[in-house]
Ligand binder design. Structure first.
Ligand SMILES: *Cc1c(COP(=O)(O)O)cnc(C)c1O
Length: 337
């Protein structure tokens, strides 16, 4: 990877040398196994293929100026995967085992971790699938947990730049009391049609409203929503939002910077009142939004073509912690030797 153009990697699948696997059989998790193959052998009647027993996670590791490798809040990802497992009746992987697998996957692929200067990072994708054969609708008795990694370019290779969102009320991402709060593949399958339409229209993502009343803002396809007005960071509260670890972290930093925090239902009409709007998640940290287009009412909410001051401050602070440039007051990063 010596002559790699790290900056222009983008976010695409890329092979690395090794991945980590762990099987659940006869009611027990086995030992971690290292594989150099990028394929798995799967029963054609596996529940993951037929009934969507699949959950995933996404996190990143960063190389610092000091050459150290840091991984961000992986205990939170481990716990969230347990919640997802409960949500679709899969075997729960112990938090410690999840962490061990992530550490191992990073260590085995050290040469793929982009250098500090590139602004790129190592994306880590853990996933859990039902592997046991069933044809009746019921949970599998066997599971496979895997972790693979790949280098990804900086989300904003040309600099931190705002994009547009679109509201289209005829599409739902998740049912009101459904699986929206779990990180399961099924939610993503359900979002592909409108996600594709949004991209075609030049928008970066769909901004979903609550599925029941279409009254409140839920989240973006793959990222949580926040708005800033006056001295307040506002983010929606809803049963169908995926609890973003980035959002959770930004809330802590925002509070530290002196902002008030409001986590509550956010009526879509409030879009008119925000001074800054952003989408947040592991991929970009913050994707500032310059415009939300309400396609049903042919109305647009405009927030300026440059990222707002609070979004910029929050983005810089979180990135600095991740890369080891700012003090890690909250114990969010673990150094991997
Ligand atoms: C993963 C995900 C997010 C972002 O979560 P992070 O932990 O911040 O990466 C937001 N919304 C959905 C639907 C997601 O799947």
């Amino acid at each position: 990877m010596e002559n790699q153009d790290w900056k222009n990697l983008g976010f695409g699948y890329r092979d690395t040398d090794y991945n980590v696997r762990c099987y659940y059989r006869n009611g027990n998790w086995g030992e971690l196994e290292i594989s150099s193959s990028n394929v798995i052998n799967l029963h054609m009647a596996a529940t993951s293929l037929h009934y969507g027993q699949e959950a995933f996670e996404g996190l990143k590791a960063f190389k610092g100026k000091d050459g150290k490798i840091r991984v961000f809040r992986m205990d939170e990802n481990a716990k969230r995967m347990q919640d997802s497992s409960d949500g679709i009746m899969m075997a729960k992987l112990p938090v410690e085992k999840f962490q061990e697998a992530v550490r191992l996957a990073i260590k085995m692929n050290k040469k793929f971790i982009p250098p500090y200067e590139s602004g790129a990072s190592l994306y880590i994708r853990p996933l859990l699938i039902g592997t046991g054969p069933e044809i009746g609708v019921k949970p599998s008795e066997e599971y496979l947990f895997m972790v693979f990694v790949m280098p990804v370019g900086p989300y904003f290779p040309e600099g931190f730049k705002p994009t547009d969102l679109v509201i289209m009320r005829k599409y739902d991402r998740a049912a009101p009391q459904g699986t929206g709060k779990y990180k399961v593949g099924g939610n993503y399958a359900a979002s592909l049609v409108e996600g594709g339409l949004a991209k075609k229209g030049g928008f970066s993502a769909v901004l979903y409203l609550d599925s029941k009343k279409k009254k409140y803002i839920d989240e973006c396809g793959p990222a949580n929503f926040f708005g800033i007005k006056g001295n307040t960071y506002v983010t929606p509260e809803s049963d169908s939002i995926l609890p973003s670890i980035t959002n959770k972290s930004l809330i802590v930093l925002a509070e530290e910077m002196g902002l008030n925090i409001e986590r509550r239902p956010v009526p879509w009409e409030e879009l008119a009142e925000f001074e800054e709007v952003g989408a947040c998640g592991t991929a970009a940290v913050i994707s500032p939004i310059k415009r939300v287009y309400d396609a049903d009412n042919d109305h647009e909410y405009v927030y300026g073509t440059e990222p707002g001051p609070w979004s910029t401050k929050l983005y810089n602070k979180l990135r600095a912690i991740q890369y080891g440039d700012a003090q890690d007051k909250y114990g969010w990063v673990e150094v991997i030797d």
